[in-house]
Design a protein around this ligand. Structure first.
Ligand code: PYC
Length: 314
């Protein structure tokens, strides 16, 4: 286990969901591709993931982001996102936070920046007023209207879609998507995730469906829908979830209800919104999402070798 004694981070939130960007102190992960670098982080430095995002320095909703050199010659940087449980393919709210962080550090000004992730190249455009538009990896629906038996709930129907992470998307009639019911919503979505795994319902190449997204009517003027998103691990997304909104738009497109270019306004559990649309390209159906992030802290995390919780409280 490497003996890192300090890591510098910049914290932000995007629509309420925190992102902690590591800017110094984490050994550069070896590998030619971002997927190889992510695998090396998982193998060699998983204790740093836990140390950075978990209590006592973080909490289970924090999404970490390690900046690396780019994989592609036309990208400015690479990024690997991680959370309380594991590593993410892409992270929409996180990318918006990364872009505002790079701006805060004086590393970018307004304009477009391309960034490599373990699941492909993405890009982000910072506008002078602070809004960030991300262009995600191509998204698609894998299975429409899958049925799963959930103990204590019964049969639930939903779609499986890729938006940079794997999602199960559904509506449960009569279930109010309200913040005060978050404990119940977490319980139900966790049961759903377990039921999907038990039923062998997976993404491509047997990938675990680790995000569950519930939808209901919007409460904010101009929004099309409200969601509640269970992230891998124990946390729910405070934002409307960038990869979840991408997956949602892919399912709407597959059903013929969202045309390329048409706006989809997704409200999250805190009432914050992401505005998205799809573009057809040679690579597939590419989602764009607009959101806002705010810098909340710049700090140095300290790891005392004598601290029993220097690698986080697992
Ligand atoms: O915004 O894509 C997202 C995301 C994934 C997990 C948490 N946020």
């Amino acid at each position: 286990m490497s003996t890192v004694d300090r890591i510098e981070v910049v914290d932000s939130h995007t629509g309420g969901e925190p992102t902690r960007v590591v800017i110094h102190g984490w050994p550069e992960p070896p590998g030619a591709t971002m997927a190889e670098r992510r695998a090396s982080m998982q193998r060699e430095h998983d204790h740093l993931r836990r140390a950075v995002v978990l209590e006592p320095r973080g909490h289970d909703a924090v999404v970490g982001a390690l900046l690396t050199p780019p994989e592609r010659s036309d990208s400015a940087a690479g990024v690997v996102f991680f959370n309380d449980a594991s590593y993410l393919g892409m992270c929409g709210h996180g990318l918006i936070g990364v872009v505002r962080t790079l701006e805060h550090l004086g590393r970018i000004t307004s304009g477009e920046v391309r960034i490599d992730t373990p699941v492909g190249q993405v890009s982000a455009t910072l506008d002078p007023a602070g809004a960030v538009t991300i262009r995600n990896v191509p998204s698609r629906m894998l299975h429409q209207d899958v049925s799963v038996q959930v103990p204590g709930i019964g049969e639930v129907h939903g779609d499986v879609a890729w938006g940079g992470n794997w999602f199960f998307l559904t509506e449960i009639p009569g279930l109010a998507l309200a913040l005060e019911h978050r404990a119940e919503l977490l319980r139900i979505t966790t049961q759903l995730r377990d039921a999907l795994a038990a039923a062998g319902i997976v993404g491509d190449d047997g990938a675990v469906i680790d995000h569950v997204e519930l939808f209901g009517p919007p409460t904010v003027a101009g929004a099309d829908s409200r969601n509640f998103v269970l992230c891998p691990g124990a946390a729910y997304d405070r934002s409307p979830c960038g990869t979840g909104t991408s997956a949602k738009m892919a399912t709407l497109h597959a059903r013929g209800t969202l045309a390329p270019g048409a706006r989809w306004v997704q409200e999250g559990i805190l009432g914050t919104i992401f505005t998205g649309w799809l573009t057809e390209s040679s690579e597939g159906l590419v989602p764009s999402i607009v959101g806002h992030a705010y810098i909340t802290a710049r700090s140095t995390l300290l790891f005392d070798p004598a601290d029993p919780f220097r690698s986080g409280i697992a």
